[in-house]
Design a protein around this ligand. Structure first.
Ligand SMILES: [Zn+2]
Length: 226
């Protein structure tokens, strides 16, 4: 029994390191447990607060200090209510479709959408911009809803490739068209503040559907965001 454990742990550690440092994602859907939403937010916050306090204590921090005392609660609330609130489908933006009254049938581009996410391998920030475009199938949505869709999927522990695909898929679904493009250009703090410590590089991912697979349409989009 003990032998098996001794044999499996090092291999697992190597795999964990390889996935984390190479930032490889394993699926398009955010890996969630089946019981992910059995607990309510208040209970989750209470439990995370306890555990985070424990982590700080293990690191030797004195939680009786006024400045540190409130940190476990602050972190717990921030996780559930802010930076990881996009895990909960209940927080998914409700999108209303409008008729495309102006019969505007060119592409609509919203560029430089502020994007804050967190890397699921290190739980440190991913900061960047998302550029999205679609060609109306007869329906349109409010511009701020594009931001909200980006924000919702960004507020999860993420891998940039998956985030890109999740945003594109949701846009296709709500806009009832395949003619969607999403480009993300982002800095990963796990690359700049730790590890290789490269502060200059950014990572670009792109997802094109429908008419955006056509070179000319895609180039027009890239010209707008360039
Ligand atoms: Zn990372």
């Amino acid at each position: 029994m003990l032998n098996t454990q001794l044999n499996t742990y090092p291999t697992e550690d190597i795999l964990i390191d390889a996935i984390g440092d190479e930032h490889v994602g394993t699926s398009y859907d955010t890996p969630l447990r089946e019981d992910a939403f059995l607990l309510d937010d208040a209970t989750k916050i209470e439990m995370i607060e306890k555990h985070f306090k424990h982590i700080m204590e293990i690191m030797g921090l004195d939680l009786s200090d006024d400045s540190l005392k409130g940190t476990p609660k602050r972190v717990a609330k921030m996780y559930i209510k802010e930076i990881f609130s996009g895990l909960d489908p209940a927080n998914k933006p409700d999108i209303k479709l409008f008729d495309n009254k102006y019969k505007y049938n060119q592409m609509l581009v919203e560029k430089n959408i502020t994007l804050y996410s967190n890397c699921e391998h290190h739980f440190v920030p991913i900061i960047g911009k998302a550029h999205v475009a679609y060609i109306s199938s007869g329906k349109v949505i409010g511009l701020s809803k594009l931001n909200r869709i980006v924000q919702y999927y960004a507020q999860r522990p993420q891998v940039q490739e998956r985030l890109n695909i999740q945003i594109a898929n949701e846009l296709k679904r709500v806009l009832e068209t395949e003619d969607v493009a999403v480009v993300i250009d982002a800095h990963h703090l796990c690359v700049s503040s730790r590890g290789i410590k490269d502060t200059q590089s950014s990572t670009i991912t792109a997802e094109y559907g429908g008419k955006f697979l056509d070179m000319e349409t895609r180039n027009e989009f890239l010209k707008y965001i360039g």
